[in-house]
Design a protein around this ligand. Structure first.
Ligand SMILES: *[C@@H]1O[C@H](CO)[C@@H](O)[C@H](O)[C@H]1NC(C)=O
Ligand SMILES: *[C@@H]1O[C@H](CO)[C@@H](O)[C@H](O)[C@H]1NC(C)=O
Length: 300
C-alpha cells in the first residue's frame, strides 16, 4: 500500500472532506445501540428554520465520494445529514444482521438520537433500497419526501442474472467489490457513461487499497444479505410519501426499464426524471442537472 502522502486517492479524500466542512458540516460518530456505531456528517449549526434532508449513499465508496456535489448546493437551504452505512466509512456493528432493512433501522436510530423529527430522504443505488425501507418504517409523519436515484428497488433474480451477464462475471461481488484493476475497470464501464480515457493501474490500485479493501468480508455479507432481488417476483408495497425517481438513461447497473416499472408500483403520482448521457452515478456525472431536478422536487 502506498503511503498516504503519495496517494492521489487520499489527497482527493482530504479535498472532499474540506468541501463538506466548507458547506458547514462536521464529521461525527455516535453509538446508535449497544452493538452499532455510525459515522455521519451533520450541520455544525442546525437551523430550526430549514427543513432537513438525509442523503444515503450507494454500495462502493463511503458517503463523501458520492454526495460531494449535492452537499454544497443543499447545505444553504437544508440541514443536511450524510450517514455512512454500516461497514462503509467509520460505521460498523457487532450485530450479525446484514440486510438493507437493518441498515434502514440503524439510520432510523441515528436520526432519533439526533432528534430529527421530520426530514426528506434521498438514496442512490443500494442507498435507494435503504431509503425505501426507512420511508416504509417511519411513515409519512416523519419522512416527508422520498427520492430514489438509480436504484432497482423493484428488481428480481432475473435482473441480477442479466447484470452478471452484462459484466461477464459469475458473482456479483466480483463486480461490486472489485479486487483487481481489471475488475474495477469493468465496474467503471458500467457505472459511468464516459469513463476517463486514461486510468493508469497505479491509480486504480490506489482506489482498491484505500477504498475497497476495508471490511471486505462484511461487505460481501451485505451483498448476500440483500432481501431485494432474491426472488423471481418483486412485490414491493407503495409508499405514502411523494416520490421522485431519478435515473441515468444509460445506466449499466440498473437498466432504465427498472425505473419505469418502479414508477408504476412505488406510488400513483411518483415523478420520474431521466438524465441523458448519464449512467449509474448521475449525481456525479451530471451533477448540475441532478441538483436542479432534486431542488425542484424538494422545494416544490
Ligand atoms: C464490538 O465489540 C467489541 C468487543 O466487545 C467492542 O470493543 C466494540 O466497541 C464493539 N463495536 C461496536 C460497533 O459496538
Ligand atoms: C415491478 O412490480 C410490478 C408490480 O408488482 C410488476 O408488474 C413488475 O413486473 C415488477 N418488475 C420487476 C422487474 O419485477
Amino acid at each position: 500500500m502506498a503511503p498516504s502522502f503519495l496517494s492521489v486517492v487520499s489527497l482527493f479524500a482530504a479535498y472532499i472532506r474540506h468541501c463538506f466542512k466548507a458547506a458547514g458540516l462536521a464529521s461525527r460518530t455516535l453509538s446508535v445501540d449497544a452493538q452499532t456505531t455510525m459515522h455521519f456528517w451533520a450541520p455544525i449549526h442546525q437551523s430550526a428554520h430549514k427543513p432537513s434532508v438525509v442523503l444515503i449513499h450507494g454500495f462502493g465508496l463511503e458517503a463523501i465520494w458520492q454526495w460531494r456535489r449535492q452537499v454544497q448546493i443543499l447545505a444553504p437551504l437544508f440541514n443536511v445529514y450524510v450517514p455512512d452505512l454500516l461497514f462503509f466509512g467509520g460505521s460498523t456493528t457487532n450485530s450479525s444482521e446484514r440486510s438493507e432493512v437493518f441498515q434502514a433501522a440503524c439510520v432510523g436510530k441515528l436520526l432519533d438520537l439526533l432528534d430529527l423529527e421530520r426530514f426528506h430522504v434521498v438514496g442512490t443505488s443500494y442507498g435507494g433500497m435503504v431509503a425505501y425501507n426507512l420511508a416504509q418504517m417511519l411513515g409519512k409523519e416523519r419522512v416527508q419526501k422520498v427520492v430514489i436515484a438509480s436504484s432497482g428497488v423493484n428488481m428480481t433474480k432475473t435482473d441480477n442474472a442479466d447484470l452478471l451477464q452484462r459484466a461477464q462475471f459469475d458473482h456479483i461481488h466480483q463486480l461490486l467489490l472489485p479486487a483487481t484493476p481489471q475488475h474495477l475497470r469493468k465496474l467503471l464501464s458500467l457505472t459511468v457513461h464516459r469513463p476517463p480515457k486514461i486510468l493508469p493501474n497505479f491509480l486504480l490500485g490506489d482506489f482498491l487499497d484505500k477504498l475497497y479493501a476495508e471490511n471486505r468480508k462484511e461487505k460481501m455479507e451485505l451483498l448476500k444479505g440483500l432481501t431485494i432481488g432474491r426472488d423471481s417476483t418483486s412485490n414491493i408495497s407503495p409508499l405514502e410519501q411523494e416520490v421522485l425517481i431519478i435515473w441515468g438513461e444509460e445506466d449499466g447497473i440498473f437498466p432504465v426499464q427498472l425505473a419505469r416499472e418502479l414508477k408504476r408500483v412505488i406510488s400513483e403520482k411518483a415523478r420520474l426524471e431521466l438524465i441523458k448521457e448519464a449512467s449509474h452515478v448521475p449525481q456525479i456525472e451530471k451533477a448540475g442537472e441532478f441538483n436542479n431536478i432534486l431542488l425542484n422536487f424538494l422545494k416544490g
